[in-house]
Design a protein around this ligand. Sequence first.
Ligand code: NAI
Ligand code: SF4
Length: 441
Amino acid sequence: MGVKLLLEKAHVPGIRGYDVYRSEGGYRSVEKALKMAPADIVEEVKKSGLRGRGGAGFPAGMKWSFIAKPEGVPRHLVCNADESEPGTFKDRYLMENIPHLLIEGLIVASFALGSNATYIYIRGEYAWIVDILEQAINEAKQNGWLGKNILDTGFDCEIYVQRGAGAYICGEETALIESLEGKRGNPRIKPPFPAVKGVWDRPTVVNNVETLAAVVPVINMGGEEYAKIGVGRSTGTKLISACGNINKPGVYEIDMTISVEEFIYSEEFCGGIANGKRIKACIPGGSSVPILPANLLFKTAKGETRYMNYESLSDGGFATGSMMGSGGFIVLDEDQCIVKHTYTLARFYRHESCGQCSPCREGTGWMEKILKSIETGKGKMSDIDLLWDIQRKIEGNTICPLGDAAAWPVAAAIRHFRDEFEWHVNNPIECLNRNFGLAHY
Ligand code: NAI
Ligand code: SF4
């Protein structure tokens, strides 16, 4: 709480434009980084402990070090701006309000990785942000931060913006790469990881927007100083997009030492539950991560305070914990129906499955059908166990994580809210009334 590294200047009037951004200290990290050896930049990022902010939390410095060798082979940096995880809108906020921060981070990262052609792959629905980014890129180029021989270092770099066409799966890094190459966005089997065989079979690093923006404070402060913010392996700050039944939905920057309870109830952040209701549950990291009932949200199963960081949110594994994920924080109040909510998510994943592997293609369809039938009062008690079996058969048996992402919400909903599923089966007429609440405190 308190520390702002990414959004500190986001509300300065005119910060979207180059002149104000530069006058507020923008592009200092490029000046500093381009005097360093690329390997030393990678080392700073390693020391910072910065973890991938797209959802997986993989250490960014380690990922960068995978493509450091062999020298001389063309390689690419790709910024994943295909933010499509339901409940996640932090990258949109960052790109919309302070686009030069991303461009600055991209230039530093491109230099560190030796990428002369860097791509921003942005979700098609963010059409207006394409214009914002292209303007920022043009301004950076006019001022000598992009193009040929940047700052007389001999380093050339161009940044290209590529729009997606509306498929959630293109946020998965290998599907993104396929799409960038002009093909259908079908995920590839990993390994080989993109670090070995990425865009046009060249070594490629794919990083999320927020991760790349965070490279700017890492270089400005130095990796060790950055690592002092936060706690444990949750270093630095994290953007959280908060939504659902809260008083103050929005994008917040936290330093990962704040408790979940404080984040929800403090006026600085979510401002409490809307309309004076009680909280029922929360999905803390975007729709793919397990839902947590209120009794496991503020305290872990061990009775310890739960904090807004990678370790604490996943404490207890999937049995009693969840994940930080992408930081898409969705709060559900006592009136929300978990079955309806789970059905909505199942529809989404069925629609977005690319269909390559049968457990995902068929399983997501079956889960949607069964959930619809339970939700509309036509379900049987045995359907709940059938749902459980189907999600288990999807998890871990697919090419990409979309299969897991479809299975986990169903598993967590049954694990924590089985009584609500049974209530639907036992009350086929009443379950059509959405305004009911079951106690989970
Ligand atoms: P992952 O864990 O498979 O990979 C993480 C990163 O580390 C990848 O870039 C991968 O290439 C790299 N990596 C891992 N092991 C490696 C190795 N041995 N050698 C080289 N590189 C290696 O996870 P993935 O598929 O990148 O992301 C899944 C997450 O994305 C989910 O947990 C979910 O939270 C999140 N997500 C976020 C969305 C958003 O809109 N922000 C949308 C959908 C999912
Ligand atoms: Fe496609 Fe689903 Fe298989 Fe991923 S898990 S490759 S989305 S079918």
